[in-house]
Write a protein that binds this ligand. Sequence first.
Ligand code: HAM
Length: 438
Amino acid sequence: MTENKRQFKAIKGTRDILPPDSALWNWFEQTARNTFESYNFREIRLPIFEETELFARSIGADTDVVNKEMYTFNAGQDADAKEDAVASQTYSLRPEATASVARAYIEHGMQTLAGNVKLYYAGPMFRRERPQKGRYRQFYQVGAEVLGQSDAPGIDAEVIEMVMTFFKRAGLTRTTLHINSIGDNNCRPQYVEKLREELRNVAGQLGPDSQRRIETNPLRVLDSKLPDEQPVIEKLPRISDHLCDACREHFAKLKEEVSLRGIAYQEHWRLVRGLDYYTRTTFEVIAEGLGSQNAICGGGRYDGLVELLGGPPTKGIGFAIGTDRAILSIQESKRRPQLPGLAVFVAWMGQPAYPTAVNITRKLRDASLAVELPPEEMKFKKSLGLADKLGARYALIIGEDEVNSGTFTLKRLADSEQKKLSEFDLLEYLESERRGSV
Ligand code: HAM
């Protein structure tokens, strides 16, 4: 039998997040959690796949996400599904999480909860897009949603403040906030019709994608990045001139509330977003130095979504941050946070030192220090060499002398400074050092 030596690789558009990057990812997500919780958001954990119909109805059947980018499979492949007589249904890997949050809100009757329901989530999303820098088929988001009875502009502003506060805490300061209002069911249909009419007049100057969108989804033409189309698009009618009184007032108040919080923004009339559920407020955060995939956060209001999915009339607003892109931006800015790495490498020598080494290692780990204990005896020089390569801050030397005197020798690898310490002093020293370095 010939052995099959085929090697496997991660599928195009997916990737492994390896150490030390994974520590940066964890820190990023933890900073998001801490920030969101300080605004009284709590976590919701959602399924990775849902009925395809949920996404089609929420995001819109004519959007690229639903039309071209979903990973969909037959529910009939699942033996239980057959029994449930839903074999003809399809399921899809989630391309985003807002639809799932709205579904969960309805399913669990969350409208009966006190105040606004404020939820956040973190996890992978899936879209079959053309992979490039900052664009993957499995990518990660941290996001948050507010659902309830009120659409007060103060909610929108606080959500935006939370995003910008988080970016500041994550060291992402070279960002630009874009905001817009795309009206509601009252005023947007008339605007879309006007836009369509105007687009039909200039169709000859547009490329095939935009031409197709004139009929399917004219707002999306505004999103076009094609250089030739820009002069044409700049002359198109603008939604801000066609908002109804209520939407115009909501937008004016939102801008006031954002300014009240000392947040700089740019109004961006072409910010229509690629998902159909949005009403009124839309916003995006752009980061410097990421090339074409430079949106690190997208969000907006979606007041009709819960009702569209069969729930009670409910207002909603939220956002999602693209973790992959935000991390790229942190890495490129060279302002990586100082993350605690390997604290101590236990360099033990001679079998009599081994039980002491095992013992002190456990105590250091109990004190939340990262400790590496070589499982086999090593020569002293080799041991220190490995400690260095692993990036340990300290080598803890335990040999015959130390065992006999009941002390430890702690060597700081950066400058080779050594101290002899009792167990008590060692623990106290390393713990205070850890607190200082975090
Ligand atoms: P979105 O604009 O489609 O909105 O995605 C939000 C962010 O996810 C983007 O700004 C980007 O950073 C990241 N992202 C999207 N696609 C990819 C990809 N293929 N590769 C890497 N990163 C990507 C939503 O998903 C809405 N659910 C946001 C929202 C929540 N609106 C209201 N509530």
